[in-house]
Design a protein around this ligand. Structure first.
Ligand code: FES
Length: 107
């Protein structure tokens, strides 16, 4: 499987603890969050019923809570707080010249 870093939005466009969505050309979406200066990128679909995680809330600077049915996920690992086999798809990121790049399977 081949991966590539795809450019998304500017880091300066993110608001602390507020989700922002970026849509890729292949139709998938990434939910981007900045929490205490740390960047997190997840597939925008909640593993419960696929609702947009970019609308979720950050709790205690440690968890992302989906706003639809309040499932909680650890920001660092993406793992759900109640079932270790349920987790978010987390993306690696890097920042270049103020732009956020997300590591994706090449499409
Ligand atoms: S869709 Fe996220 S908790 Fe239900």
């Amino acid at each position: 499987m081949e991966f590539e870093y795809i450019k998304t939005i500017k880091i300066s466009d993110l608001i602390e603890k507020q989700g922002t969505v970026h849509k890729f050309e292949n139709g998938s979406e990434v939910a981007l969050f900045i929490v205490n200066g740390e960047l997190f990128a997840f597939d925008n679909k909640c593993p419960h019923m696929g609702m947009p995680l970019c609308e979720g809330m950050i709790l205690e600077n440690k968890f992302l809570m989906c706003r639809y049915h309040q499932w909680k996920f650890d920001l660092k690992t993406g793992v759900s707080t109640f079932a270790p086999n349920i987790y978010l798809k987390k993306y690696e990121t890097r920042i270049e010249s103020g732009d956020i790049y997300v590591k994706m399977v090449k499409y």
